[in-house]
Ligand binder design. Sequence first.
Ligand SMILES: O=C(O)COP(=O)(O)O
Ligand SMILES: [Mg+2]
Length: 217
Amino acid sequence: MARIVFDLDGTLIDSAPDIQAVANGVLGAEGQQPITLEQTRKFIGNGAPTFVARMRAARDIPDSEQDRLLTAFKIGYVSAVELTEIYAGAIPALEALKAKGHRLGICTNKPFKPTQSVLAHLDMTRLFDVIIGGDSLPVHKPDPAMLHAALDQLGDGPVVYVGDSEVDAETAQNAGVPFLLFTQGYHKTDVASIPQTARFDSYSDFVELVEETLAGA
Ligand SMILES: O=C(O)COP(=O)(O)O
Ligand SMILES: [Mg+2]
């Protein structure tokens, strides 16, 4: 049986509307204009500190405000669950993989507490044997240590990593594992230019794609 590890934001859940709302709450309290959903999607991927730095840069807020605004952002982030939606077909696909005996994990740059909150809110915690957040280790993706930590906790067996961004592709390359790219998430460049084993647009044929990838690995 295999170990299948997933990124979270932009891969299993469309969380950008919640992240945008938290960001705009922080900006509003500073007397700043809001950021758009499109900007939010571009700023996601490298964890909360980088998101806040990109948000500040969009509003010309100086570096000296980083720690204060990151603290405010993280406070709002823990309960930011109401606007997030699971991508169509993701839950049946995860359940089918589990039913086949595969072990599933999460490896996200989202901080651990908001990860726990949103997974619990969406009744998804039950699906995963390991959850590693962006602040669970001293380093985060694209450092392969997060993925290695998740894989170690899942035991033995072949591996697939599933994500939506350039950061995930780099993480998979750094860890030397096959990478499946979900094209509907928050990538910044053309999907064809992102290093990948294969890519998919919908979860309807995802289980077959995983089995093919495992067979070819
Ligand atoms: O929080 C982020 O920046 C990205 O989260 P992800 O790693 O689940 O895409
Ligand atoms: Mg992602």
